[in-house]
Design a protein around this ligand. Structure first.
Ligand SMILES: C=CC1=C(C)c2cc3[nH]c(cc4nc(cc5[nH]c(cc1n2)c(C)c5CCC(=O)O)C(CCC(=O)O)=C4C)c(C)c3C=C
Ligand SMILES: [Fe+2]
Ligand SMILES: [Fe+2]
Length: 318
């Protein structure tokens, strides 16, 4: 038995090769916390049809960003950075919801080290049952099936943590400074979209996103900014306006300088590296936008790691 505490970073995951795109999408489309398609017993069959159709296009996106998602390496680096800040009493592990290492892999590794206490830290700043909710449900299912007796402490949101806000605001300020005239820049916060039905059923995601934007702008100061939503992934109504339509409108209105600020994730992945950097950048150019810049993702930014360390310290102490 070890007196160490495990830091279990909960993240979505992503394909680690082009061949892994299909299984990654199957894991995602069979998760009823993120999407319910028909009755439960039929979902795997319907999911397979959807994934067979979607996988070739998504594979091409991953090919264009280097043949894989960088999310595993980036999350492991965040874990190591956090462990270094917190010291020897802590050991970091990663549990990916739709890829490896899975929650089962992570808990098995924690058990092998004889660790009993686990801080489950969701890396989604804004709570949604589609993201953090799904990862926590998976963790609880695995614990139940394994009849495991870990002490689990949950950290399931940090959308308003002062150091998270400060780290994001610093990225925005640095982004603004990369333009010849920072006052002539339209800031475009782009959050991952979510079906409207989640919000109607009480999901706090949208309110959390809006609060993050408000707090970041308090630090950035007077500047033209708006919020839109990217990466709609099904035919139902999702949060609006879409990022793509917003970029097109801004171009038509004669805006020339755009600073894109991705929200919802704390590391680079397909939505920053492909969707914003390649797809929306082309869209912006076609609509007359001259300078299209994206803020850096937080990844292992020291201030962001300080935020995670503070979350762990204050939660473990309480
Ligand atoms: C099917 C419904 C989906 C919901 C609801 C959804 C919400 C949601 N997702 C993220 C963050 C990420 N999603 C990523 C990929 C991705 N998401 C969906 C579907 C839904 N997401 C799909 C089908 C995919 C795969 C790519 C695609 O087909 O478009 C990723 C990228 C992972 C990586 O490869 O690095 C992230 C991150 C949030 C925050 C969210 C709701 C709040
Ligand atoms: Fe998603
Ligand atoms: Fe997505």
């Amino acid at each position: 038995m070890s007196d160490k505490t495990a830091l279990l970073l909960l993240q979505m995951g992503g394909p680690d090769s082009l061949d892994a795109v299909h299984p990654f999408l199957m894991n995602l489309f069979t998760d009823r916390d993120i999407i319910k398609i028909g009755p439960a017993f039929l979902q795997p069959f319907i999911a397979r049809r959807i994934v067979n159709k979607r996988a070739p296009e998504v594979t091409e996106f991953y090919r264009q960003i280097g043949g894989k998602s960088p999310i595993r390496e980036l999350t492991e680096a965040q874990g190591s950075g956090l462990q270094a800040l917190l010291g020897d009493r802590f050991r970091s592990f990663v549990a990916m919801r739709y890829s490896r290492p899975s929650t089962i892999d992570a808990l098995a590794a924690i058990k092998r080290e004889g660790i009993k206490r686990v801080v489950a830290l969701s890396l989604y700043p804004h709570y949604s049952r589609a993201t953090t909710g799904s990862s926590v449900n998976e963790l609880q299912r695995v614990l139940k099936e394994a009849n495991a007796d870990f002490e689990i402490i949950y950290i399931d949101r940090f959308y308003n943590h002062p150091l998270y806000i400060k780290a994001l605001a610093a990225k925005v300020i640095r982004g603004l400074q990369s333009f010849p005239d920072p006052k002539d820049v339209q800031i475009v916060f782009s959050a991952h979209s979510l079906p409207q039905s989640f919000i109607d059923e009480g999901d706090p995601y949208l309110a959390h996103i809006q609060e993050t934007v408000r707090l970041v702008m308090e630090q950035v100061g007077e500047a033209s900014h708006l919020l839109c939503f990217q990466s709609k992934a099904s035919k139902v109504k999702w949060l609006e306006p879409s990022t793509e339509a917003t970029i097109q409108r801004l171009g038509r209105e004669g805006k020339e300088n755009l600073l894109m600020v991705p929200l919802s994730f704390v590391s680079d992945h397909i939505e920053t590296l492909y969707e914003i950097d390649i797809q929306y950048a082309e869209e912006a150019k076609a609509h007359g936008i001259k300078r299209f810049v994206r803020t850096e993702s937080l990844n292992s930014d020291p201030m962001f790691l300080d935020c995670l360390a503070d979350l762990v310290r204050t939660t473990v102490k309480a």
